[in-house]
Design a protein around this ligand. Structure first.
Ligand code: HEC
Length: 380
């Protein structure tokens, strides 16, 4: 050992591939475990001679690939079945076949990226890039036309004289000891060094800044706005498609749009009173909906309690109280007719309230009426 220097390994140089393979087999037989072989090009049969186990990198790919699969599946499931459920083409909300391509892609992507990242940073220990063999005569030779084996000093079976003897016995043409450099002895994993982290942050800022500047300022690439700028007709717009130039069309004659039942008793409120039956049973939900709609659409004129206390301060004829015997004895259908068609000065509320909402308003009105004309039995 040279003073002040620590031995890293003993290396042997060979002239032919056969010799190095033979030497490697012998090294394995002799029980050396901490050694490496360097050749200018990959040698067939070397992995067998070194009895190399398959790389652990495969497990990294497996774990991260499966994590990608799981994360993608969970994300898509949450987005399309929980957060924003939309039925597309009658398919179930979680439609697995549709997700196969994207799940596959993310699996491959995350496996590939994480394999490279862990290879560089965990297996190769980047950004640490020094090694005792770097820059040695040995390395110059084995990267040109020689073949070499390096048996490390920290091998449990290492013993200077016996390693030298071993290298001679397998006919190494040259036997060179390799020593650690100062820097390599004191090497630390540099990933978490502030300098390196600062470097990463600076690179991230510069990359995103340059990308932002060139896309948004220099080239001005418009963001995806296909949904906003799609060819469509807005209300009142002209259309060249139809001969009459109208963009807004009447429904096809004789058809009824879904949810738009026709009111059959136009101009016949009394007939409606006899024929129309309230299909919505009184329930908590119906009363709640009725209250909301009554307070919005009826209370400005009729008052919150339907007693005719208008909030319009004489700007509109005051309506009568809806607690009159007349209205209390009207059937639900008769009131429905008033809401639907209006009555004298009261306008129609058919465009503001759907059928079901009108019935809900009537249910609520009945509750108001009963509250003001409670029977003995109601309090018992
Ligand atoms: C713009 C004010 C106004 C609004 C809003 C209004 N009404 Fe009226 N309503 C009147 C007036 C005025 C009359 C009396 C009409 C008449 O002279 O026959 C009336 C009459 C009625 C009648 C018949 C009463 C009777 O004794 O003949 C009922 C029932 C009725 N309204 C229910 C409603 C309901 C339910 C709503 C909410 C959907 C509503 N109104 C919204 C002004 C209004």
């Amino acid at each position: 050992m040279i003073s002040g220097k620590i031995l890293y390994s003993y290396t042997g140089i060979f002239d032919t591939p056969d010799q190095i393979i033979h030497a490697t087999e012998k090294a394995v037989e002799s029980g050396y475990t901490k050694y490496d072989v360097n050749t200018p090009y990959p040698l067939h049969g070397m992995d067998k001679a070194m009895k190399l186990k398959p790389s652990k990198l495969g497990y990294v790919a497996l774990v991260f690939g499966l994590s990608g699969t799981l994360a993608t599946l969970l994300t898509i499931w949450w987005m399309s079945a929980i957060d924003y459920p939309i039925v597309i083409g009658g398919k179930p909300l979680f439609s697995f076949p549709a997700y196969v391509p994207i799940v596959f892609e993310v699996t491959v992507l995350s496996a590939a990226i994480m394999t490279v990242v862990s290879m560089l940073f965990f297996f190769f220990k980047l950004p640490n890039n020094s090694h005792p063999l770097h820059g040695t005569e040995y390395m110059k030779k084995v990267s040109a036309d020689k073949y070499g084996i390096s048996i490390q000093a920290d091998d449990p079976k290492f013993n200077e004289s016996s390693v030298k003897k071993f290298l001679e016995s397998v006919h190494a043409t040259e036997i060179i000891p390799i020593y650690w450099d100062e820097e390599e002895v004191n090497h630390k994993n540099k990933i978490l060094e502030p300098k390196f982290i600062m470097f990463l942050i600076v690179v991230a800022i510069i990359t995103s800044g340059v990308t932002y500047f060139s896309f948004n300022k220099l080239m001005y690439m418009v963001p995806f706005n296909w949904m906003m700028d799609q060819p469509k007709l807005s209300a009142q717009q002209q259309s060249p498609i139809f001969a009459d130039g109208f963009g807004m069309r009447q429904p096809v004659a004789g058809t009824i749009a879904r949810g738009s039942m026709v009111y059959q008793f136009k101009g016949q409120p009394d007939l409606a009173g006899v024929k129309l039956v309230n299909p919505i049973p009184i329930s908590k939900e119906s009363l709640a909906l009725g209250q909301v709609k009554f307070d919005i659409y009826c209370s400005p004129c009729h008052g919150y309690n339907a007693d005719g206390v208008s909030r319009l301060r004489g700007q509109f004829p005051n309506p009568p109280s809806l607690h009159s015997d007349k209205v209390r004895n009207w059937s639900d259908g008769r009131i429905f007719a008033v809401i639907t068609e209006g009555q004298n000065t009261m306008p129609s509320y058919s465009s503001q309230l759907s059928f079901d909402e009108r019935w809900a308003v009537i249910n609520y009105l009945r509750a108001l009426q009963r509250a003001l004309n409670a029977k003995e039995s109601d309090v018992q």
